[in-house]
Design a protein around this ligand. Structure first.
Ligand SMILES: [Zn+2]
Length: 950
């Protein structure tokens, strides 16, 4: 009895201590799919992926650390591998390309690379040499995965593929590696993947979850798709703004792989999609690649059929935009897209009741990869032959590109010009400078007008397109990407019938418009009087005893110069009118540091030169503050004192992560000054007095009355509020602060808006009749601008038009921005600035608000009449260029003509600055980014009342 009691007691205690606090699930997702992914005769000296994971391979998402550990271990275990670290992410994670081939091929990689380079330049290589290169070269495949961090199955497949190729002793694999170099880029976006893996950890419960709406599957803001600064890396392949792409692209370009596989995921309820793409397809892509795309798709489809897996091709995947991984197609390589339905580790239940497991999705990517490699093995030689023919064509006189030269006109914006040169050179594009003026028959301007007998000024950047990478050059520099008629018809049909679009990305993207650099295209092959382009040497002239030091305001880096000095406590001024001091020409917006403003600052001149050196920015020393006649003198009103911006960038909640991320990146990348990214909800509970500048990236704000009131009060007390796109909509008169309206609510007051516009037009083009002006008698023939038009529309006509025109808004096209060249927001801008436009709020200024940039370049016309476009009138002899590049339907041009792209309004002691669009788009829209940098850095000094600390 005593013994039994003791036993019973012991049992109770142990049950109390060891019971798991959570219930065991009734099923496990890893049991859903029992097919083996890694099935072969494997070398036992190579570690199975399970050794690097804390779960069975393929059943869950491997973390970036686990994948990295595997890659680095494999580098030591096998002689079939060479691992190259090609970059580091913003968060410090390494990016790897894993070269896999036979041991002897691995020893000869440099030789292959050289042969590929020779095969790519028909100016140095002849047919005989090409034939022998092709005969001896192994096939080269670049297999890349999970560029979107939450599209995880690709990288998990990559881990298995690396192992399979390294460890397999099957003759098929050994033979393949004798004849092929497989380069695996297992995870292209480890920062995004890590964010998603962390959220999986956080949202994982005990039982598997098959509901694709659960947070386990979706993750949350800012999501794992993008990198550290929330950039979509699969839009960055020629903008090259992020370290992942900046490291990857030069290595791919060195290797010129025959195929580039890009493994993604799409909606959870989808199946699997691969190439070839549907229209629109960029017309600069070699048709041979479409042919090869079909060959690969055919074999891949057979592999899926054999496994009883569903798939499709060519449904929504188009190929107009050259910033996808398919930039490679313009270089003659085949791009192949995988889109696997997306799920987290557990799997997703489908309408028919079945569950697709994560492991199966990894298997799809694995099988696709092996299928593609086999197809390449079969057709490598024929593909090399086509590649060679393409490269020969590009440098032949018969090339459609032979008589085409791109010219970027000289500018003092050296920072921007150097950035452009870097991007072009990363793509092996040869760029030149002309040493004397070049006479041409005609030149096409960015606005679409041709100029006869155009002289290219000395110091232009010249890119003749008779060179090996001609199709890529055309794709990224041609002012307009051709969209064929049948595509336009289908697009219009979709717009009318379903309000939808077949355009998957922007329809305009050329680099010179993106960068806001003036350029022309010449239909001639320019080769004479050119020298290789080199960055212009920077002159740092910082004399200690100068009166002041100045930097040219055209250069974007002048904004960073001002911002960084202010952060160091230096008083900085800006000259708001073109000046000439000590023989230095200083355009409006030039930044000066005056010794007298900073009497107590120790070592001022060395701080000035240190900052200029960091920015690689020319500085001049000024010894006299005298500007002749009406030119600014240093004691006059044109030397404006700046105020250090104290910046809050709103984020989270309902803001667009892309627009938040790119704005954050621009603050860090272009300025490098302190700022706070704050949660949007701090409008209600935060202390806004810490900031004098608040940035609201695009977002569907739903501000409460008290939030709106605290924002208004903050503005009135001297704050600078800057908003983009959807946030501008939320802050316009109808919903928010100030008097800037959206066009749809202005048709009752169209006359007044038109009158304001006529004053602007009049001021742009003042013409007076001296005789009539000095006549003492009444002139009965005075022309009033608003009385001339014969086709005026009334309110209900305007409303109807607006509703119809709204159907046709652009989805990312360039339209002409007409800048107010006296406004401080436009410092450093060219006068006709291409601005990217989409379905943005159409902004209208009135009642004292400024339009620093309006839509439409004002040009001359022979028409003698007043003509109305919706609410606005065009005076006699004037016309308006709206579209610059991409698809802008005529209805859309009418709707946005003369509306404001950038507005600024004084409210109390502060101001509100609204951008209709997203000025920092993809980190590449440097033209509009400059307007934004002006707003952020100069706003608190130039647009608000100076705060004097007593
Ligand atoms: Zn993707």
């Amino acid at each position: 009895m005593y013994v039994r009691f003791l036993l019973y007691f012991t049992f109770l205690i142990s049950a109390f201590i060891f019971t798991d606090p959570l219930m065991k699930p009734t099923s496990l997702s890893k049991d859903l799919y029992n097919v083996k992914i890694l099935d072969g005769n494997y070398n036992e000296n190579i570690s199975h992926p399970d050794n690097f994971l804390d779960f069975e391979y393929g059943t869950r998402v491997a973390s970036p650390v686990q994948i990295e550990n595997a890659v680095l271990s494999y580098a030591k275990q096998s002689n079939r591998i060479k691992v190259v670290e090609y970059g580091k992410t913003h968060e410090g994670r390494s990016l790897y390309a894993v070269f896999i081939s036979s041991p002897s091929n691995i020893d000869n990689l440099d030789e292959f690379k050289q042969a590929l380079s020779d095969l790519s330049d028909a100016r140095k290589t002849n047919d005989n040499k090409a034939r022998s290169i092709i005969a001896s070269l192994p096939a080269v495949a670049w297999m890349a995965y999970s560029i979107h961090g939450n599209e995880t199955s690709g990288a998990d497949a990559a881990l298995g593929i690396i192992y399979h190729l390294l460890a397999s002793e099957d003759q098929e694999v050994v033979n393949m590696l004798e004849n092929m170099v497989v380069i695996v880029d297992p995870m292209m976006n480890p920062d995004g993947r890590d964010r998603f893996v962390k959220s999986l950890e956080q949202y994982r419960g005990t039982a598997p979850n098959y509901d694709d709406q659960a947070l386990l599957h979706t993750g949350d803001w800012p999501y794992g798709r993008t990198n550290h600064y929330y950039f979509d890396l699969n839009r960055d392949w020629f903008y090259l703004t992020q370290p992942e792409t900046q490291g990857r692209v030069p290595l791919i370009n060195e290797w010129r792989p025959q195929i580039l596989v890009d493994g993604h995921e799409m909606g959870a309820q989808d199946t699997f999609m691969t190439g070839p793409p549907r229209e629109p397809i960029n017309t600069n892509i070699d048709k041979d690649l479409i042919k090869w795309g079909n060959v690969f798709a055919d074999d891949q489809a057979k592999a899926f059929d054999d496994n009883n897996w569903r798939f499709y091709t060519g449904e929504w995947h188009e190929d107009l935009y050259p910033g996808y991984s398919f930039y490679i197609q313009f270089r003659g390589s085949l791009g192949i897209l995988y889109e696997q339905s997306r799920m987290s580790e557990d799997g997703v239940r489908r309408p028919e009741g079945t569950i697709q497991s994560y492991k199966e999705s990894v298997h799809h990517q694995f099988v696709s990869t092996i299928a593609n490699l086999k197809t390449l093995q079969k057709h490598s030689k024929a593909m090399y032959q086509d590649f060679w023919e393409g490269k020969k064509y590009n440098v032949s006189k018969n090339s459609e590109y032979a008589n085409q030269t791109f010219v970027i006109l000289p500018t003092n914006n050296l920072g921007r010009l150097n950035t452009l040169a870097e991007k072009l050179e990363a793509q092996d594009i040869e760029i030149y400078l002309n040493t004397s003026p070049i006479q041409t028959k005609s030149a096409l301007k960015q606005t679409g007008d041709s100029v006869e007998n155009f002289t290219i000024p000395v110091g232009s950047m010249i890119i003749p397109n008779l060179q090996p990478e001609a199709p890529l050059i055309a794709a990224i520099l041609e002012f307009d990407a051709e969209i064929i008629e049948s595509v336009l018809e289908e697009e219009r049909r979709q717009r009318l019938k379903n309000s939808s679009s077949i355009m998957y990305d922007t329809t305009a993207f050329n680099l010179t418009m993106m960068y806001g650099l003036e350029a022309v295209t010449v239909q001639e092959n320019i080769q004479k009087n050119l020298k290789k382009w080199k960055p212009i040497e920077v002159n740092l002239d910082v004399q200690e005893d100068a009166l002041m030091w100045a930097v040219n305001g055209i250069d974007d880096r002048s904004v960073a110069f001002a911002a960084r000095l202010m952060e160091l406590g230096v008083e900085v001024r800006i000259i708001d009118k073109d000046a000439l001091l000590s023989e230095q020409s200083l355009p409006r917006g030039s930044v000066v540091v005056i010794d007298m403003d900073n009497p107590d600052y120790e070592g001022l001149s060395s701080v000035v030169s240190a900052i200029a050196l960091e920015l690689n920015l020319p500085v001049s020393s000024i010894s006299s503050g005298f500007g002749a006649e009406e030119l600014p003198d240093w004691g006059g009103e044109h030397f404006k004192l700046l105020e250090r911006p104290q910046i809050a960038l709103m984020g989270h909640q309902d803001f667009s992560s892309y627009d938040v991320g790119v704005s954050w990146w621009s603050l860090d990348h272009h300025l490098g000054i302190r700022h706070s990214m704050v949660n949007g909800s701090s409008l209600s509970y935060g202390d806004l007095r810490r900031y004098n500048t608040i940035i609201m990236p695009s977002g569907y704000l739903n501000l409460s009355n008290s939030e709106m009131n605290s924002l208004k009060e903050w503005v009135r007390q001297g704050g600078t509020l800057i908003a983009h796109n959807a946030s501008s909509r939320s802050l316009s008169f109808e919903n928010g602060i100030g008097s800037v309206r959206q066009v749809s609510s202005t048709f009752g007051d169209s006359e007044e808006y038109n009158m304001d516009l006529q004053r602007e037009f009049g001021a742009l083009n003042v013409e007076i009749d001296m005789e009539k002006t000095n006549d003492n008698k009444i002139d009965f023939d005075v022309a009033y601008p608003w009385e001339g038009s014969k086709n005026k529309f009334n309110k209900s006509q305007l409303e109807k038009r607006d509703e119809w025109q709204s159907l046709f808004m652009p989805s990312g096209s360039f339209v002409a921005g007409r800048i107010d060249d006296e406004h401080w927001l436009t410092y450093g801008s060219i006068s006709t600035l291409p601005v990217l436009y989409a379905n943005y709020p159409v902004l209208m200024t009135g009642n004292g608000s400024d339009a620093a940039v309006r839509i439409g370049e004002l040009i001359e016309s022979d028409d003698e009449t007043y003509r109305s476009i919706n609410w606005s009138d065009m005076p006699p002899k004037t016309d308006l260029n709206v579209r610059m590049s991409g698809l802008v339907w005529p209805e859309a041009s009418q709707r946005i003509a003369n509306s404001a792209y950038l507005t600024r309004e004084r409210i109390g002691r502060g101001q509100v600055i609204l951008f209709a669009g997203e000025p920092n788009f993809r980190g590449a829209a440097l033209g509009t980014n400059r307007l934004w940098l002006n707003a952020v850095v100069y706003g608190s000094g130039l647009g608000t009342s100076a705060r004097i600390v007593p």
